[in-house]
Design a protein around this ligand. Structure first.
Ligand SMILES: Nc1ncnc2c1ncn2[C@@H]1O[C@H](COP(=O)(O)OP(=O)(O)O)[C@@H](O)[C@H]1O
Ligand SMILES: [Mg+2]
Length: 360
């Protein structure tokens, strides 16, 4: 079978690596010259807005999917007229707009931090009065890795914050003094079957994910599964979805969803029976879903900026190396490692060895 994937970044690359053992070949549409997924499948260089490129991309494929959420909705709709596409344009359109996302959470009775829409400098001061300060001003669209966000601590910072986000439609969200951040990753089949992974605890620095740890038996697992399931059903989502939450006063507060495989689920490649990547491929190609159970305690560390030397990583027991084949650049996600251990004490010892190699 053949799978057409919008985007040729590391998520596309890892989808293709998971697809190959199922005898599924991937082709990627990406406007850049040498996307890192090209090493794992066929790269079609073209624009998401170019109908000829979209047709070449869909040609011969059994299904289409996307690996990042800023694909134009019209491009997915165009391809969906040629071949089956999943997740659908509805999931994509919702996840592209923080305002729609938060409204959906509220409509589904999923708790969110106080928030308000902001369309101009005047509505920002109004929003600050209702939401309260400190708060985070976030662009509605195109934000990732903490980009397009400013923390506002006092009323005297409102104008500067509005300029800093480029004076565009935003949401203002109360700053959450969270105890921790967690995410729930799950997959939904075309028939509506849902399987969820172990709740994952995430540590961010400067808005970028650094470290993810699946926590077996976490008391919040059922609530996180319920929230994710509600959203997937409401959007008739097919494929993997990730839901990020803050934990405040012991309760989940919804942050955002991603209608795709997610960085906080990279540990599933080595730590779960069937990875998020394989399960996404299975779901969009209408194959039975795989087991999501945790196999072993593990921790995923992101390599940001540059990848440590392979030989040094490989010398640490229990370490699985995932380099994305990307050149080093400050702030860039160039790879990750997952470290596994039979016990938490063994895992801790191995993590201590990794400390010298990865600043996560
Ligand atoms: N309202 C908030 N209160 C406290 N921290 C926040 C808030 N919003 C975002 N953050 C921090 O910034 C990180 C990135 O923000 P997020 O809204 O998830 O955007 P993105 O992941 O798309 O860049 C969060 O994981 C969290 O660490
Ligand atoms: Mg996020």
């Amino acid at each position: 079978m053949k799978l057409a994937i919008f985007g040729g970044g590391q998520l596309g690359r890892m989808l293709a690596l998971a697809a190959l053992p199922l005898d599924v070949r991937c082709q990627f549409l990406d406007p850049v010259e040498a996307p890192c997924a090209a090493a794992a499948g066929r790269h079609i260089r073209g624009d998401y807005e170019d109908p000829a490129a979209l047709e070449a991309f869909a040609q011969g494929a059994d299904s289409a999917t996307y690996e990042f959420e800023n694909v134009p909705v019209a491009a997915v709709e165009h391809v969906a007229r040629l071949i089956p596409a999943a997740p659908g344009a509805v999931s994509l359109a919702c996840a592209q707009d923080r305002g729609h996302e938060k409204q959906l959470f509220e409509d589904l009775d999923i708790a969110v931090a106080p928030w308000a829409e902001v369309n101009d400098a005047g509505s920002l001061s109004q929003a600050a009065a209702t939401v309260g300060l400190p708060a985070v001003l976030k662009t509605r669209r195109f934000g990732y890795d903490g980009k397009g966000q400013v923390v506002i601590r006092g009323a005297d910072e409102l104008d500067a914050a509005w300029d800093a986000v480029g004076a565009q439609p935003c949401v203002l969200e109360a700053f959450v003094p969270f105890q921790r951040e967690v995410s729930m990753i799950g997959v939904r089949s075309r028939e509506g079957e849902i399987r969820c992974y172990t709740l994952t605890e995430n540590v961010h620095r400067d808005g970028i994910l650094r470290r993810s740890t699946p926590v077996e038996g976490d008391a919040l697992q059922p609530a996180a599964e319920a929230a994710l399931s509600k959203v997937m059903r409401a959007l008739d989502h097919v494929g993997v979805m990730a839901f990020e939450f803050f934990v405040a006063e012991g309760r989940l507060l919804a942050n955002e969803i991603a209608p795709r495989v997610h960085n906080s689920g990279h540990w599933t490649i080595d730590g779960a029976v069937c990875s998020q990547f394989e399960n996404h491929v299975r779901a969009v190609l209408d194959l039975p879903l795989g087991e999501t159970a945790l196999r072993q305690p593990c921790v995923m560390l992101n390599a940001i900026g540059s990848m440590p030397a392979t030989a040094e990583l490989a010398a640490i027991p229990g370490v699985r190396i995932h380099a994305y084949g990307k050149s080093a650049r400050p702030g860039r996600k160039v790879g990750h490692v997952t470290v596994l251990g039979c016990s938490t004490s063994e895992l801790r010892r191995r993590l201590a060895m990794l400390d010298a190699l990865i600043d996560a």
